[in-house]
Design a binder for this molecule. Structure first.
Ligand code: GLU
Length: 439
């Protein structure tokens, strides 16, 4: 059996980290088993589905590096659903219903007031159909077939169909609800593993019987605990947890993948630079039942850690031409995002606005300016420069290093000066020291 997974978003909005996490886990699982990862666009709701969102979903998957082995769209498969629906109808597994929402609500309240579970009550077979009313359709659960599966995350699951309402699968206007088309597609697409949020567990219970009714064995299921933000449940208002916002903030895709692959598992989040260890490490048995907490600060920190050992080749196409491999290696420990590398071009090549030096620092700066022209820039100019300034003034430690760092970079913090200084042209460095030293 080829492992085949799918990500099945409804294109009725933009993706957020919670959706993308599900997509990632499906992709990792397929890649780990040399299988296939499919994108299924659940656009049966023609009114709310938008092309703009479909494009956004594709772009987000592509950005994260989740290549798909195929894409299907539910809106192009209505003929298939119709044919399968007819089979189920002929077999008596779907049946027409005529209740209005108001009637159903009243029955529900009555049952609840009697302390009974609000389960849909089937009409007796052969009950007359009201005239001129288009029916909606329910799937007839088999009350004698207990529903069981061993969830890859939640373990053994058991549902009593008698305690469940027959689910509505088709509306009176002929449009489809999610449940049945999803099962028809999972069969047609050869899906071996359904990986999705635990909000679908009760859907799965009904769907297990739909697979059987359509003559197919159900796939394996993994229902993940939901992802929550630092302030609780991820809401429809995406805010900073929308994919657009994360991309705008310059988050690296691999940082997001590294975090989302491990959140909610008992494994540590690691600053990986490619997907290989995440693919090797995906294991549904490692996921817990408690909600996984997504923390933007943790993501930012992880992103920084990852940049610290990201090779030049991996980012070269996104760097200004002035940032070569040596310069990248020097500045990467100080970057929060790749885009910030642009801020360092002026530190290397100017234009440079010399900061005003404190009077106490002038002797150090003047001594360095005087020594600089005689220093071999190809050797270890920082060591030579500080040694000369120290010998001339007696300054040491912070009093020696900080004024020089400021004069040469206009910053108080930054990369190791021994690594940085050889990457600033000698004449440029001399000019900066001279300007700061007042000579
Ligand atoms: N379109 C459904 C959703 O977004 C798909 C659920 C599933 O994976 O089956 O919730």
């Amino acid at each position: 059996m080829t492992v085949t997974t799918r990500f099945a978003p409804s294109p009725t909005g933009h993706l957020h980290v919670g959706n993308v996490r599900t997509a990632l886990h499906n992709w990792l699982w397929a890649r780990k088993h040399g299988g296939r990862f499919l994108l299924r666009i659940d656009d049966t709701d023609l009114e709310r589905s938008k092309e703009e969102y479909v494009a956004g979903i594709r772009a987000d998957l592509n950005w994260l590096g989740l290549d798909v082995d195929g894409e299907v769209r539910q809106s192009m498969r209505f003929a298939l659903y119709e044919a399968e629906f007819e089979k189920l109808k002929a077999a008596g597994r779907v049946y027409a219903c005529y209740e209005t929402p108001e009637e159903l609500e009243i029955r529900r309240k009555i049952l609840l007031s009697r302390g009974l579970p609000p389960v849909y009550e089937r009409k007796p077979e052969g009950a007359p159909a009201p005239e001129g009313v288009a029916p909606h359709w329910r799937f007839r659960l088999d009350h004698d077939a207990p529903i069981e599966w061993t969830d890859l995350i939640r373990g053994p699951q058991h549902f009593e169909p008698r305690t469940m309402s027959d689910p509505v699968v088709r509306r009176a206007d002929g449009s489809w609800l999610y449940l049945l088309p999803s099962v028809i597609d999972d069969i047609a697409m050869g899906i071996s593993h359904v990986v999705r949020g635990e909000d679908h567990v009760s859907n799965t219970a009904a769907q297990v019987q739909m697979f059987a009714a359509l003559g197919a064995a159900p796939p394996a299921f993994a229902h993940e605990a939901l992802l929550v933000g630092t302030e609780g449940k991820l809401s429809k208002r995406l805010g900073s947890l929308g994919m657009d916002a994360l991309r705008e903030r310059g988050i690296e895709p691999i940082a997001l993948a590294a975090l989302l692959a491990r959140l909610g598992t008992s494994d540590p989040v690691e600053p990986v630079t490619d997907m290989a260890p995440l693919i090797a490490g995906i294991d549904f048995a490692r996921f817990g039942r408690a909600p996984a907490r997504f923390d933007e600060a943790e993501l930012a920190l992880l992103g920084q850690k990852i940049l610290h050992h990201t090779d030049y080749a991996a980012v070269a196409d996104r760097l200004p031409a002035a940032i070569d491999a040596a310069r990248w290696n020097a500045i990467r420990p100080n970057l929060a995002t790749v885009a910030e590398a642009a801020d360092w071009v002026a530190v290397f090549d100017g234009p440079f606005v010399p900061p005003a030096a404190d009077a106490v620092d002038r002797p150090v700066l003047a001594a360095a300016a005087k020594a600089a022209p005689g220093i071999d820039w190809g050797a270890d100019p920082w060591h030579a420069l500080t040694a000369a300034a120290k010998a001339a003034t007696g300054a040491k430690g912070r009093a020696l290093f900080l004024p020089l760092r400021r004069a040469l970079t206009a910053r108080d913090h930054g990369p190791d000066m021994a690594e940085l200084l050889p990457l600033i042209a000698k004449e440029e460095a001399i000019a900066r020291l001279a300007a700061a030293g007042g000579s």
